[in-house]
Design a protein around this ligand. Structure first.
Ligand SMILES: [Zn+2]
Length: 140
């Protein structure tokens, strides 16, 4: 069984793009695979937390280009106007949520990589940190 790529699961959790045939195929796999379903559920929770956080929760406003990139990535909107400068509130939910999203994504990707690497080592495809048959990685 080929699991859904972690990057694809992140895109599914973000739901920014119009669903494609590949998305439908990935979701069919997710319905039947505990591992991919758990990963998608976790990523979806992190995305929801990031989307419900408020900018006023930031101790200081991010630079314009950072705000535009965050808005584009989290909301899917191409050009979300920057809101007024936040009040000096002590909360940090948005920042923490975004950091959690980045950390969760990194952990998920690292977990997937290590799991797949361990599987390749177990099957003898990889030995001493080098792949003897690199193309086998993509067929697994
Ligand atoms: Zn899977």
């Amino acid at each position: 069984m080929t699991h859904v790529e972690s990057a694809h699961l992140v895109e599914l959790a973000l739901r920014n793009a119009t669903p494609t045939d590949a998305d439908a195929e990935a979701l069919r796999h997710v319905e039947q695979c505990d591992r991919c379903r758990d990963e998608l559920r976790m990523l979806t929770r992190v995305v929801a937390a990031a989307r419900t956080a408020q900018l006023v929760d930031l101790p200081t406003a991010p630079p314009d280009r950072v705000w535009q990139r965050i808005s584009r990535d989290v909301s899917g909107a191409p050009d979300t106007p920057r809101p007024p400068a936040p009040a000096p509130a002590p909360g940090r939910r948005l920042l923490l949520a975004l950091l959690a999203l980045a950390a969760a994504t990194g952990i998920a990707v690292a977990h997937r990589y290590l799991h797949e690497r361990a599987e390749l080592v177990r099957r003898g495809v990889v030995r001493q940190g080098r792949e003897t048959r690199p193309s086998a990685f993509w067929r697994s």
